[in-house]
Design a protein around this ligand. Structure first.
Ligand code: ACM
Ligand code: ZN
Length: 660
């Protein structure tokens, strides 16, 4: 009977624009009928009191009339049902709506996710809403659905942190990785060591853009930190949204802010200043015993504030030059029978890991903690590609995948000519959506060790909430779907069709986002020794309009129909239009014509994987690489020489060969 009913629902299911959900639920069937509601009566068991009041507040802010468990005239019921159920995860929920809305779960956690889905179904509607009859079951693919935020390089106040946590909750992310310490600022109050914030939370100025050499600073004192009271408030706020806050206290590297306050814990014990530029510092924590006592005291206070199972201790980018010269560190290597400084790093992490274990917690660190041997219970966050994650999983350690190639949201997401200054890289939305946290080469028996993945937001070049959200969105939406719904479960087209209405919701909630997904890409085609440029977008139903005379394209410029041949120097500008309205950013590319353009090229050594976005064509496509590096205009070789052969197809006089 039940089977027949489900079949019936499937046959009449419809996909209605404007009621898409991100991340997409596991099972979502609508039967076409709709009903309106505006006055709602929330009925809930006591254990869901917080969730009921949360929903009431959210609905009230959308001008709905809401009350609780009353016999008033509010005739649409939203009923929370919590009951045991076999074979489902703690996040599981179900929504059924016909004339009432019933959200079922095995705990208040699932009810909360159901509420998020309901709020997305309501979208931007205010005061009254037409909901479809639906039946929806849902639970996540991965356990660790994380977003990171670097609050050291730039400081974000607690009002914004809460707004960020709300954004995570809306997308059913469950982990907020809070990067609280680094070379440029210590951001967490530690009562036993007041100088950490008094001195370490300040830097005398900040480098302007990328003026490293010659250095140019802005001359403005910069600082900020979170009091322990503020941190408690954030942790409690996150907890009500089923988000775990994992603090990161960096060691042994990225510690200059701490050492500026307490230089006695460095190897050289010389005065240091919090850094005003970005990068990696040679000054790191010394491995002497007094440093460990200092770190354990700090962690004691951190553990009081953060109830998370995992504590992130960094571990990345710790040069060993100071340790090599330091009498304490050299003595430690001898005393503990270590082979070298890399094993000393492993000893360092291991000692902190033992401390955390003794307090009932677990260590997580960047993949450098694999160096010299992984601490017994430590989990690895794989950022330098997937390799560290694969290695750790094979050693039966838990892993969170966060490779720079797909999960670094400080990278460019569109053409750098039209994007705000970023650290580099090129990680467009589509690439994030294509991410699979389970590496292809990892044997099935180790898959269980991949807890999930995380998007990272380093803030060297991100100073304001608006810019931060622009970098986070919509890439975080894509990652949330990879992590909740599962990698490859739905097509990119399915995702973007929901994303377009999701943008309206983000607008109404006051979240800035990038529209680079509407950008046009110029794809080089070489055929018979000729180069032409195909203009492409992910929205074939929209129009591409272009110019070759440097004018900005508008809705009446030439409609693009076929690839444009490059047989002379050319300035090509193009833009996407829908119903006469421009979408995304301007495509603008200068093509320099020369003898090698469009000719056959072979490379005897392939470029290194991280620097090979466009392949050999990159060198003969008429595009001159510009700085800062953003992936697609350059090739890079590491270890092996570059060796390119360009076949001009006939004998030609060559006047000049130029390479940069
Ligand atoms: C990192 O990006 N240094 C973990
Ligand atoms: Zn030392």
């Amino acid at each position: 009977m039940r089977f027949i009913k489900i079949l019936f629902l499937v046959f009449v299911s419809v996909n209605v624009a404007g009621q898409g959900v991100i991340p997409k639920p596991y099972y979502d069937v609508r039967n076409g009928a709709t009903y309106s509601f505006s006055e709602l009566n929330i009925q809930y068991p006591e254990e869901c009191s917080i969730e009921a009041h949360y929903l009431q507040k959210e609905l009230a802010s959308r001008n709905f009339k809401v009350n609780f468990n009353s016999s008033s005239s509010y005739n649409t019921k939203i009923v929370f049902v919590v009951e045991p159920r076999h074979g489902v995860q703690p996040d599981w929920y179900r929504i059924q709506s016909d004339s009432d809305i019933i959200i079922s779960a095995i705990s208040s956690q699932g009810i909360f996710h159901g509420i998020q889905t309901l709020l997305q179904l309501i979208g931007t509607e205010k005061g009254s809403f037409k909901l479809q009859h639906l039946l929806l079951y849902d639970q996540p693919r991965f356990k660790w659905r994380g977003m990171h935020l670097d609050c050291s390089r730039h400081f974000f106040d607690t009002d914004f942190i809460k707004k960020y946590i709300d954004l995570l909750a809306l997308h059913k992310m469950n982990t907020f990785h809070w990067h609280l310490t680094d070379d440029q600022g210590w951001r967490i109050e530690i009562k036993k060591y007041p100088l950490l914030t008094k001195i370490g939370s300040q830097r005398k100025e900040t480098i302007i853009e990328k003026n490293f050499e010659p250095y140019k600073g802005d001359g403005k004192l910069y600082g900020g930190f979170y009091t322990q009271e503020q941190i408690k408030e954030v942790v409690a706020y996150a907890k009500e949204r089923y988000i775990t806050v994992v603090p990161e206290i960096e060691m042994p590297g990225h510690a200059v802010a701490a050492l500026s306050a307490y230089p006695q814990f460095s190897c050289q014990q010389q005065p240091l200043e919090t850094l005003t530029t970005w990068g990696i510092s040679d000054d790191i924590f010394c491995s002497k015993d007094s440093t460990f006592n200092f770190i354990f005291d700090i962690l004691d206070e951190v553990l009081e504030l953060f109830p998370s199972k995992y504590i992130h201790i960094g571990g990345d980018e710790a040069p060993k030059v100071r340790w090599k010269e330091c009498s304490h560190c050299k003595a430690n290597i001898k005393k503990h029978n270590l082979k070298d400084e890399h094993e000393l790093q492993s000893y360092f992490i291991g000692r902190v890991d033992s401390f955390l274990n003794s307090k009932g917690r677990k260590t997580i660190g960047w993949d450098e903690i694999l160096e010299g041997g992984l601490a017994e219970n430590a989990a690895v966050m794989s950022w330098r590609g997937e390799k560290g994650g694969i290695e750790a999983a094979q050693q039966k350690h838990n892993v969170v995948m966060s490779p720079g190639s797909h999960c670094y949201f400080d990278h460019y997401q569109g053409d750098k000519k039209t994007e705000p200054l970023a650290i580099g890289g090129y990680t467009p939305l589509k690439k994030v959506y294509s991410f699979n946290p389970i590496p292809k080469e990892l044997d099935k028996k180790y898959h269980e060790y991949i807890l999930g993945a995380q998007g990272n937001l380093w803030t060297e070049y991100i100073a304001t909430p608006e810019h931060l959200l622009y970098m986070a969105l919509p890439r975080m939406c894509a990652l949330s779907e990879v992590l909740w719904s599962g990698a490859g479960k739905y097509s990119y087209e399915d995702f973007t069709s929901r994303l377009i209405s999701h943008f309206d919701l983000l607008d109404s909630l006051g979240y800035n986002y990038s529209t680079a997904l509407f950008n046009i890409e110029g794809k080089s085609i070489t055929e018979n020794g000729k180069l032409s440029i195909a203009l492409q977008s992910d929205f074939p139903e929209y129009e591409i309009r272009f110019t070759t005379n440097s004018d900005e394209p508008n809705a009446t410029s030439t409609l693009y129909k076929a690839p444009i041949v490059i047989d002379k120097n050319l300035m090509l500008k193009a833009r996407l239009f829908k119903n006469g309205k421009a979408k995304g950013n301007l495509f603008s590319q200068e093509y320099k014509y020369h003898l090698a353009v469009g000719k056959k090229i072979t490379l005897s050594n392939p470029p290194s994987e991280s620097y090979n976005t466009g392949g050999a064509q990159t060198l003969i496509n008429g595009v001159v690489g510009s700085l800062p590096w953003s992936g697609n205009e350059w090739l890079g070789w590491r270890g092996k020489p570059m060796n390119a052969t360009i076949d001009l197809g006939e004998l030609k006089d060559i006047k000049k060969v130029k390479i940069s």
